[in-house]
Design a protein around this ligand. Structure first.
Ligand SMILES: Nc1ncnc2c1ncn2[C@@H]1O[C@H](COP(=O)(O)OP(=O)(O)OP(=O)(O)O)[C@@H](O)[C@H]1O
Length: 333
């Protein structure tokens, strides 16, 4: 994997001697207020070089802790569809590490294998070559440490909002009263305290996404796997959901692997952005550390010159792959 060289010093290989990122401190309170100007992290001295403080991966490496997820030289292939068709290699030689508490976004052209990598991390797909480890242990079967949030909703239409959130605890054998109490608390955390007794069809798309988040997070997964979770939402609701996600993440500090085709969203949310080449046999072709100050406001952070510089640089590496990806889709169609 190529770690991109830094022309504006936004990114460089993470070194174990790096200092902690001040933005990684835990925040107190819920739905924390954000600075009016989401500039560089004040703890970095507010200059360009300040962006190079450590990602959690560096801290973890220094401490010798196992990463939350580690993919090493992974190949994922699918069987041929016709009798004479060749096996289709979706992802080849992909290596990726997500440190505990780190927010990593994967961006790439359509059909390049982003979901495939996420599914391998979830244990839903098994690599034919390479390995997947979760907190240092080889992944066998489903990744029980992970919570998975898909683009499609996974709410039961016949259950109330609170029952939808409580269901993961019910299944785990938590007594009903306790499960409902915790579900009510989670609904408050996602700003839906007053909606407990509604049914999913009585909510907006954004509200249903909030329920989905609560449904996953109530089980306290150590790793959050998110596959274009806000894809179907309008731009404003996406921003609100992005901010909610960051607020929740700041509180509980899960490892997050977030798949998106939206580079803006990836930069606004993540500690690190990883990009993939167009498929087939897609590879990870670069990664950027995102040292923008936290807490971040998804809308405001996009106005920063530092954001634009990062965007320009990453897009410069991604553009050609995106064009290739679309061309391939057209050829198949
Ligand atoms: N079950 C399957 N059988 C055969 N091919 C598959 C299967 N699942 C995915 N693929 C192929 O693997 C490649 C990667 O798919 P994947 O869904 O991971 O891409 P993606 O980057 O997430 O796409 P998008 O951004 O469009 O959601 C695609 O070419 C897809 O057609």
């Amino acid at each position: 994997m190529r770690v991109m060289a830094a022309s504006v010093n936004f990114q460089r290989p993470i070194r174990s001697g790096d200092l902690p990122h001040p933005g990684l401190r835990r925040q107190s309170g819920w739905l924390t207020s954000r600075p009016q100007s989401a500039g560089l992290d004040p703890g970095t001295g507010g200059n360009m070089t300040g962006l190079n403080t450590a990602a959690p991966g560096a801290l973890q490496a220094a401490a010798g802790a196992a990463p939350a997820a580690q993919l090493d030289g992974v190949r994922i292939s699918f069987p041929a569809s016709g009798p004479r068709g060749a096996e289709f290699i979706a992802v080849e030689g992909a290596s990726l590490t997500v440190a505990d508490g780190e927010f990593v976004a994967i961006v790439g052209p359509t059909g390049c294998g982003k979901s495939t990598l996420l599914n391998a991390t979830a244990g839903l797909l098994v690599p034919s070559v390479g390995s997947v480890s979760i907190f240092g242990a080889p992944l066998k079967g489903l990744n029980r440490s992970a919570g998975y949030l898909f683009q499609a909703e996974a709410l039961f239409p016949w259950k109330t909002v609170i029952d939808n959130v409580a269901i993961g605890l019910d299944v785990a054998g938590v007594p009903t009263a306790q499960a409902r109490e915790r579900a009510a608390a989670w609904l408050k955390r996602v700003g839906l305290g007053a909606f407990a007794d509604r049914y999913p069809h009585m909510l907006s798309g954004g509200q249903r996404k909030r329920v989905g988040l609560a449904q996953v997070l109530i089980r306290d997964p150590k790793i959050l796997l998110m596959d274009e979770p806000f894809g179907p939402l309008d731009a404003q609701t996406r921003q609100i959901m992005g901010n909610l996600l960051l607020d929740l993440w700041t509180q509980d500090r899960k490892a997050v692997l977030f798949v998106t085709h939206d580079l803006d969203e990836a930069i606004a949310l993540a500690d690190r952005v990883v990009i993939m080449s167009a498929g087939p046999a897609s590879r990870i072709i670069g990664e950027w550390r995102i040292g923008l100050a936290r807490p971040r406001d998804i809308a405001e952070v996009r106005l920063l010159p530092e954001f634009h510089a990062l965007h320009r640089e990453i897009w410069g590496a991604l553009r050609e792959e995106v064009v290739k990806g679309y061309r391939q889709t057209e050829e198949v169609a």
